[in-house]
Design a protein around this ligand. Structure first.
Ligand code: NDP
Length: 254
């Protein structure tokens, strides 16, 4: 399918599952060449093959984005391979819930490392290429889409450090938007409510039973494709229109 993304290159972090995998598929359908970044290389290879079979172009780039050198190398490898970078989707994330009192501080470090520092590493490495794409690229505009969360808008008991990371992503996104929007790099957040992915599965069994399973059992949640559609909407707007914030909720989630 030839659309506005034909000739562009997109890098999606957290492309080995859930929202990231669906987004990579969708952007490839719209004509972008897609770099798939995450740690599970076998998953990335399978997805790259699937996208290729469907007529798209994808490159698997195994990297732990919490390591600044690896994150920079992932961006550099993408640009070396495809020759440019037009779209960055900062999607990789981790949600470890539970009370602050008595929490395992290592869980906090892991969330801060992926949701905050990882996003900063890829953004910092990608910006020079995005600014160049906005000057010379096929669309003369470039995009950063940060996947935040409803938890970046609303705080809940038991979500403390996850809330901290996603509120932080929202603030950083708007500040960066103001910095680079006049240079035609559009920067926006997409804030999903509940989506059917592996996100909750990394929690300890007691937390899953108390905080995650009851929600998923009582709610008709979103699919990863619903969020991929939102990302595609944001990055296919005409050059003069920038979507700074997109909030997508399951209809029956309050
Ligand atoms: P998944 O757990 O399915 O996906 C998370 C992705 O992040 C995986 O591809 C994982 O790949 C990647 N990732 C984790 N750590 C790293 C790392 N150190 N380096 C590189 N990649 C990493 O969950 P979702 O698809 O749901 O999550 C995607 C985003 O959506 C997250 O930012 C999450 O906070 C957000 N979100 C999700 C919601 C939901 O209900 N599911 C709701 C609101 C927001 P690998 O393990 O292979 O490295």
């Amino acid at each position: 399918m030839a659309t506005r993304l034909t000739g562009t290159v997109a890098l999606v972090t957290g492309a080995s599952s859930g929202i990231g995998a669906a987004t990579a598929r969708r952007l490839a359908e719209h004509g972008a060449s897609v770099a798939l970044v995450a740690r599970r290389e076998d998953r990335l290879d399978d997805l790259a093959a699937e996208i290729g079979k469907a007529g798209g172009t994808a490159l698997a780039v195994a990297a732990d984005i919490t390591d600044r050198d690896r994150a920079e190398a992932a961006v550099r490898g993408t640009v070396e391979h495809f020759g440019r970078l037009d779209i960055l989707v900062n999607n990789a994330g981790l949600m470890l819930l539970g009370p602050v009192v008595g929490a395992d501080a290592e869980d906090w470090e892991r969330m801060l490392a992926v949701n905050v520092r990882g996003l900063l590493h890829t953004t910092h490495a990608a910006l020079p290429h995005l600014l160049a794409a906005a000057e010379e690229g096929p669309r003369r505009v470039a995009d950063i889409v940060n996947i935040s969360s409803i938890a970046g808008r609303v705080a809940w008991n038991g979500y403390g450090v996850y809330n901290l990371t996603k509120f932080g992503v929202n603030g950083f996104t708007e500040s960066l938007r103001q910095e680079v929007t006049r240079r035609h790099v559009r920067v926006g957040v997409l804030e999903p409510g509940g989506v059917d992915t592996e996100l909750g599965s990394h929690n300890k069994p007691g937390i899953q039973d108390a905080m995650i399973t009851p929600f998923y059992e009582s709610t008709e949640v979103l699919s990863p494709e619903d969020i991929a559609d939102g990302v595609a909407y944001m990055v296919t707007r005409p050059r003069h229109a920038s979507v700074g914030e997109l909030w997508i909720m399951p209809t029956d989630q309050v």
